[in-house]
Design a protein around this ligand. Sequence first.
Ligand SMILES: [Zn+2]
Length: 262
Amino acid sequence: MSYFMWRPYVSVAARRRKAAAGMQKLRKKGHPVSPVVIEGREIASTFWGRAWCENLERYSDFANRLPRGRTYVRNGSVVDLQIAPGGVKAIVSGSEMYKVAVTVAGVPKRQWSSICCDCAGGIDSLVELLQGRFSKGVMERICRDRTGLFPAPAEIKFSCSCPDWAYMCKHVAAVLYGIGARLDDKPELLFKLRQVDEKDLIARAGAGVPLSKTGPAAEKVLGAEGLPEMFGIEMAESAAPPPARTRKKARAPRSKRRQCRK
Ligand SMILES: [Zn+2]
């Protein structure tokens, strides 16, 4: 019981029941429903999901507001979340059912070319990419503040149908976390959201100077220990010298490497 709270306490079970009832209603109306389901304590546990959440948390513009969304998303209050190119639409169960819209700018062309160039030769397959299995150098490039693949605050706009959305209400915060949770299951949606083709990142050995490919991608960046130091988390495995074969493959003729420079 939360006798110390100044608002009437609504139990987690009650919130869940309410969310489930709301979802049922939407289904009956023929609305496609794709709820955010969080299992366990962590909102996201893969590279892509975690990197999304940590990207949001590192910006002071969002940091104060985001925590309000954590409980909400964990409670199953995000009863529907749909990611499309350039935007996310969601329905969040609160005192009522609220509609949340988040628009996310596409990655500017030049920035995307630069990411692809810097990562060239570092990711061998779509499977490796989507599983977050790549070197620390590639990971850092992808996660780079403002010029990586994750959006900066200025590239994110949002609205909610609740009366309190002016800056960032808990419904919007829950949806922003919900996107991270969704990327755990469907990391390809990040590329869709940011309107870039993930295949551009694959292989391209010889297209540019790759960022320290550290050998066959293996397990090194999967799981909770996978994020680089930029998020304050030590890598499980630091950059070992690349095997000779990989180093050779990653090296491009001088003329080709020049193509990647601006
Ligand atoms: Zn709201």
